[in-house]
Design a binder for this molecule. Structure first.
Ligand code: FMN
Length: 204
């Protein structure tokens, strides 16, 4: 019987009808369907001040760091802003400097699934921007990523998902992150050579 996998989703924008938040929730639904324990941290709820080294650490930032540290895997989802991640999302990531002195530090051995929504025809720029951060924090981004282009078509004005195929792809990403986390739990690595053993089609 596989152990529990805690998947923490982080992202969304400050908009009430945030499409990147809906995309994140959908990916977490896929993680839950793969028997993980999902939780969602919406940057709008965090209401974090801009990271400043000299200031007292706000309770929300410490809670964010603790929750991320206690996770087995992460899913990040940002809106595409000017070809990259949004400022509020990046600010939340900047507060993860609080994980520098943890054991293990930062995101060591945590797989991270990457999702972005974009108004234009692709969202890969923001996904690629997040991948730089994953590497800087010693995490492992899973090869399957989910940029959701033309979000104004894929979501309704209230931010609800309006496209079944995108929903299925996001849930697949959630399941893939769980698979990678189980492989880390079993082997301490994330080698795609035996990925199928852990429930993935990616390594086939
Ligand atoms: C400040 C700003 C910059 C944006 N820059 C881009 C961009 O460079 N490329 C793009 O495809 N969409 C861009 N968009 C559109 C958003 O990526 C898109 O509306 C996205 O779905 C918003 O996510 P949200 O619903 O979670 O707020 C931008 C939107 C804003 C507000």
């Amino acid at each position: 019987m596989p152990g529990s996998v805690r998947v923490v989703g982080l992202g969304g924008s400050l908009r009430a009808g945030s499409t990147s938040r809906t995309a994140l929730q959908t990916a977490l639904d896929g993680a839950q369907a793969a028997n993980a324990e999902p939780s969602l941290i919406w940057v709008r709820d965090l209401d974090l001040p801009m990271y400043t080294p000299e200031r007292a650490v706000p309770a929300g930032a410490r809670e964010l760091a603790d929750t991320v540290h206690g996770s087995d895997a992460l899913i990040w989802s940002t809106p595409t802003y000017h070809g990259s991640v949004s400022g509020s999302f990046k600010n939340a990531l900047d507060w993860l400097i609080l994980l520098a002195e943890r054991d293990p530090p930062y995101l060591t051995n945590k797989p991270v699934g990457l999702v972005a929504t974009a108004g234009g025809v692709q969202g890969l720029q923001a996904v690629n921007s997040m991948e730089f951060v994953v590497r800087a924090l010693r995490g492992w981004s899973v090869p399957l990523v989910q940029p959701v282009a033309q979000s104004w078509q894929t979501f309704d004005p209230d931010g609800r998902l309006a496209d079944d195929m995108t929903g299925a792809q996001l849930r697949d990403l959630g399941a893939e992150v769980v698979r990678a986390a189980r492989q880390f739990q079993a082997h301490g690595t994330c080698d795609y050579a035996d990925a199928a053993q852990f429930g993935s089609a990616v390594g086939d």
